[in-house]
Design a protein around this ligand. Structure first.
Ligand code: 8YV
Length: 327
């Protein structure tokens, strides 16, 4: 008998067709995000579930579904899953690291450049029919070349972002839980490890690439924003909760920082409505990894983890290997 799986978000039809060759698949073909109650109901009788970072699996939902063998997240970040609860329940949890590093790094640069050179703001002006006259001092932005790039969170994506800065002749400073090796620093455009305070004060452009956890919740709030240069841009491609949205809105409104490029929000997809009233912010709907090639690679990676988990083989991207040792 085929194992039963739930694919909780719509994905490429051919990925579902491939999974159907091996598994009895129930898939969500709508745009709607399942609520916790819907997820709970749909997970009944399933051996595994494939989710994205939009689906939240709390300790309660996981404890009530301890029959699951695996939870396969189609994302590198897994703050949407209570991994400790899954481990206690003996459920394997997997993610999709590495395959999205370069595409997400590209996107951090897209937001940085769009902010520094006021691309969205000037395009809106043009589309609104306001461009009647070319002016010498209009839409003056900040230079990227030769500037100091700050990176908070220097994992694989952070390092990919830093490497790209070589071509712009930038200095890179970073702060991270742990310092990189000298070889890694050299490879990341000779990135210099600094304190968080020095990073905030020194960056002309600051990119956030941290995982979200209780420790990183609101790691950028009013006090941190106050340390930044008034000319600085802030880019968040990581997770909404690492920035205090209310504090950021105030800093942008009062021009205490120049601009922000945001791909993630505290309560996405319901972003704070005040963001929409600001002209010095570029807002996109969590598309950092959204290239055709990378989303396919993420789907393939999650499928490989799923197949391994349900065949009794250790999945390549198992987050909680303790589960295997427990058996
Ligand atoms: C995902 C992401 O596309 O990988 C992550 O952690 O944030 C994105 O690449 C998104 O979260 C869907 O799961």
């Amino acid at each position: 008998m085929k194992a039963k799986i739930l694919v909780a978000r719509a994905t490429f039809p051919d990925v579902i067709e491939r999974l159907q060759q091996q598994f009895d698949v129930e898939s969500n073909q709508d745009d709607k995000i399942f609520s916790a109650a819907e997820l709970h109901e749909k997970m009944q009788g399933k051996d595994a579930v494939v989710i994205t970072s939009s689906e939240k699996l709390s300790a309660e939902v996981i404890a009530a579904n301890s029959h699951l063998k695996a939870i396969c997240n189609v994302a590198v970040g897994y703050n949407n899953i209570d991994v400790a609860a899954a481990t206690s329940a003996g459920i394997m949890v997997t993610n999709t690291p590495d395959v999205l590093n370069e595409t997400t790094a590209d996107y951090a640069w897209t937001l940085l450049m769009a902010n520094a050179r006021r691309v969205s703001e000037s395009e809106h002006y043009l589309r609104a029919g306001k461009w009647k006259n070319w002016r010498f001092d209009q839409f003056l932005g900040a230079d990227v070349h030769g500037a100091t790039l700050g990176i908070l969170g220097m994992g694989r994506i952070g390092q990919a972002i830093a490497r790209r800065s070589m071509g712009f002749d930038m200095q890179v400073i970073y702060h991270n839980r742990s310092r990189l090796t000298p070889e890694q620093e050299a490879h990341a455009n000779h990135a210099r490890y600094v304190s968080k305070e020095e990073l905030l004060r020194g960056a002309d452009h600051l990119i956030l690439v941290l995982p979200y956890s209780a420790q990183t919740h609101h790691i950028i709030g009013a006090a941190e924003l106050a340390l930044m240069k008034p000319s600085a841009t802030l880019v968040n491609i990581a997770r909404g909760g690492i920035v205090d949205d209310i504090a950021l809105i105030a800093a942008l409104r009062e021009k205490r920082i120049a601009s922000a490029g945001l791909d993630v929000y505290e309560n996405e997809p319901a972003l704070h409505p005040d963001f929409l009233t600001l002209s010095n912010v570029v807002l996109t709907p969590h598309i950092g990894s959204a290239s055709e090639k990378t989303r396919r690679a993420m789907a393939d990676c999650a499928s490989a983890n799923l197949v391994a988990a349900l065949s009794g083989v250790q999945p390549p991207n198992l987050i909680n290997p303790e589960v295997i040792q427990m058996k």
